[in-house]
Design a protein around this ligand. Structure first.
Ligand code: GCO
Length: 444
């Protein structure tokens, strides 16, 4: 009897050890000795495009959409006037020129253009058109995101992306914007961070509509992929020269204990749900058990948003309050709570490279209200990009998140990501020293 028990236990032990050794080998977690790296050795070609990124709901102000409704219902800090950008964008665009930028990524607010179903606001479209003209006059390439977490309340009330029947109205909105602006806008992101939108809104309940359902999360992930694929093919038909992609947030999941089989299994599951399932959708037109043929190869470039890695264990966070951000003892924690892990940027670049399309860094930045970490964060992450380009990765731009402090979703205004500090009482913008550093890197 005991012989049986001992042999089964040793077999299980051997299996676990084998599993751990396999994962450890296949998924290394590099940590550089940054003191040995000359961060000023970075270099970029003069064709490389330098930019910043913003999103309508976070900067424009006084919107009435799924987010303003959610802020009200959940008693969150209100986005309110945000950066009053809808009234100040001409001055804000001067800041883009002052930084020496050659690209600017921003999103269109669907709820401005179609506040009620079928009612279109042509003045709002004209305002976006004027923004495009102003950027072109400044020799700054516009990069337009069609959906950056926010949409009209009437569409949310129909279930938004939970219901496939709602996709046509999203496609119609995208089509109208494209017809109005694609004579001057070449580069388009259909959807910003589909995994963040679906997990924050339907698993953790921290984003609208505040659901906590794995079933709904999966449904939304698949419908986002369906919507993206449909929009991609429609817009390409209209203008084949347009370059259309997705802004994909690649967050890395590493086991807290690299010798724990449980931590490895949790990390691999989360990595697949967050990253792998999405990539399979784009590469194979299949995702989470669904066939989505319109998604296959539906990107002309990949927009990569990179921030950090999460160290995972058996706990399953149910809200960002409980989401304890573990870190390696030598790592620096950002004000958002998660660690700075610039080495992960290289891993994120490697993760999207099998898509075999050019990479545009559409977001990278750090919450840092006193600007004490952002200079180091900038240098380390840009050094990684410079090295990746030298090693043959086709990275064409870097858009820093963000031009200025803005409304950071469920965190409100306490997280400060801007190269420009914003005094939200006076709406005064003040260039931070990290903004000067960014500008000097661009100039060299
Ligand atoms: C996101 C969004 C941005 C955030 C930025 C900082 O990733 O949630 O694309 O809107 O503000 O990433 O968290």
């Amino acid at each position: 009897m005991w012989l049986w028990v001992i042999s089964i236990l040793s077999a299980l032990l051997a299996l676990n050890l084998g599993l751990v050794l396999f994962f450890r080998n296949r998924h290394p977690e590099p940590h550089y000795n940054w003191d040995d790296i000359d961060l000023d050795s970075m270099s970029f070609s003069n064709k490389f495009l330098w930019g910043t990124a913003t999103a309508a709901h976070q900067v424009e102000g006084n919107l009435s959409n799924n987010w303003s409704d959610f802020e009200e219902k959940k008693g969150l800090e209100k986005s309110g006037s945000a950066c009053d950008y809808w009234n100040r964008w001409k001055d804000d665009f001067q800041m883009l020129s002052d930084l020496g930028l050659s690209s600017y990524r921003f999103s269109i607010e669907w709820s401005r253009l179609e506040p009620e179903e079928g009612e279109w606001n042509s003045e709002a479209m004209d305002e976006y058109s004027a923004m495009i003209d102003n950027l072109i006059e400044r020799d700054i390439r516009p990069v337009v995101t069609l959906h950056h977490f926010s949409h009209p309340i009437w569409w949310e009330q129909k279930g938004g992306f939970t219901n496939q029947n709602n996709i046509p109205s999203f496609v119609n909105y995208c089509s109208r914007v494209f017809e109005a602006l694609s004579d001057r806008v070449e580069v388009w992101c259909t959807i910003n961070e589909p995994t963040v939108f679906s997990t924050m809104g339907y698993t953790l309940g921290q984003f609208p509509p505040g659901k906590r359902s794995i079933r709904l999360t999966m449904k939304v992930m698949k419908n986002l992929m369906r919507a993206h694929g449909t929009v991609y093919h429609l817009l390409k038909e209209k203008r084949p020269s347009a370059r259309i992609g997705v802004a994909k947030n690649v967050t890395l999941f590493d086991p807290l204990n690299r010798w724990s089989p449980i931590d490895w299994i949790v990390a691999r599951i989360l990595d697949y749900l967050w990253n792998g399932a999405w990539r399979k959708g784009i590469m194979k037109g299949k995702m989470l058990g669904a066939k989505i043929p319109q998604a296959k190869n539906s990107v002309d470039f990949i927009g990569l948003n990179y921030y950090t890695h999460f160290l995972t264990g058996l706990f399953m966070p149910t809200s960002t309050e409980e989401l304890e951000f573990a870190k390696r003892k030598h790592e620096i924690t950002t004000e958002f709570g998660y660690p700075m892990y610039a080495e992960g940027f290289q891993r994120a670049i490697e993760f999207v490279s099998p898509l075999s399309v050019p990479i545009e860094i559409t977001e990278n930045g750090v919450a840092d209200s006193d600007d004490s970490l952002r200079p180091l964060h900038l240098k380390r992450h840009l050094w990684i990009v410079s090295q990746a380009i030298k090693n043959g990765y086709d990275i064409q731009s870097y858009h820093h998140w963000s031009l200025m402090d803005n409304f950071e979703w469920a965190e409100g205004y306490k997280m400060r990501f801007g190269l420009y500090e914003v005094d939200f009482q006076t709406q005064e913008r003040t260039l931070r020293s990290s903004g000067e550093l960014f500008s000097s890197i661009i100039a060299h």
